[in-house]
Design a protein around this ligand. Structure first.
Ligand code: HEC
Ligand code: HEC
Length: 147
């Protein structure tokens, strides 16, 4: 009786395992085509896209990507170079877009006078771009551009 009840479960599990095994599991895709134990010269670091053109966001909540160089822009406990241009009080001089109001909200939704600690480390969300091929395929499609 018990065994008969377990059989469909076992079959389903086997089918799931089979489906998993069919996934292309290629651990080398992320580390390159050579075996991880073989030393190879590092590829050149691709140049950052620095054309100053603000990119459209792929979905409304996407942190916009950075269209300028960020080399040497330090972010430390006492100093945040990004804010020297993007803070509310400096945008008139810098011409940079102001950090949006969400950057002033604490976790309770209270709007603070200055940037909230949870938005202080800009690069946790905003990244510069390089003109390179993606390491792994990506099938993301914008909901508004489905064709
Ligand atoms: C010298 C001033 C300056 C500094 C410093 C600076 N930015 Fe910018 N940033 C700009 C300007 C101006 C723009 C508008 C586009 C352009 O001209 O590149 C911009 C655009 C951006 C955008 C795109 C916004 C959008 O809506 O598309 C992001 C994101 C951004 N910066 C993040 C950063 C981060 C993160 C840092 C620190 C690592 C930083 N910026 C440092 C001036 C600056
Ligand atoms: C936790 C993630 C996160 C961090 C950290 C963060 N941002 Fe953002 N940022 C976002 C998101 C998400 C958006 C778009 C939606 C929004 O405004 O909240 C955004 C929007 C922006 C914009 C565009 C504003 C506009 O009105 O178009 C700028 C400029 C920006 N961020 C700069 C910064 C700077 C400078 C810092 C560091 C002081 C920073 N961000 C830290 C997530 C983050």
């Amino acid at each position: 009786m018990m065994a008969r009840r377990c059989l469909p479960v076992a079959v389903a599990l086997l089918a799931a395992a089979g489906a998993l095994a069919q996934q292309p599991a290629d651990p080398l895709q992320l580390v390159g085509q050579s075996p991880p134990t073989v030393p190879v010269p590092a590829p050149p670091v691709p140049r950052a896209v620095t054309d100053d053109v603000r990119r459209a966001r792929n979905y409304p909540e996407q942190p916009p990507v950075i269209p300028h160089a960020i080399d040497g822009y330090q972010i430390s406990l006492r100093n945040n170079q990004c804010l020297t241009c993007h803070a509310r009080q400096f945008i008139e001089g810098s011409g940079a877009p102001m950090i949006s109001v969400t950057h002033f909200m604490d976790r309770d939704g209270q709007v603070l006078a200055d940037v909230t600690p949870r938005r202080y480390f800009c690069n946790a969300c905003h990244v510069p771009q390089t003109d390179t091929q993606p390491l792994v395929p990506n099938t993301f499609r914008d909901a508004l551009r489905t064709r």
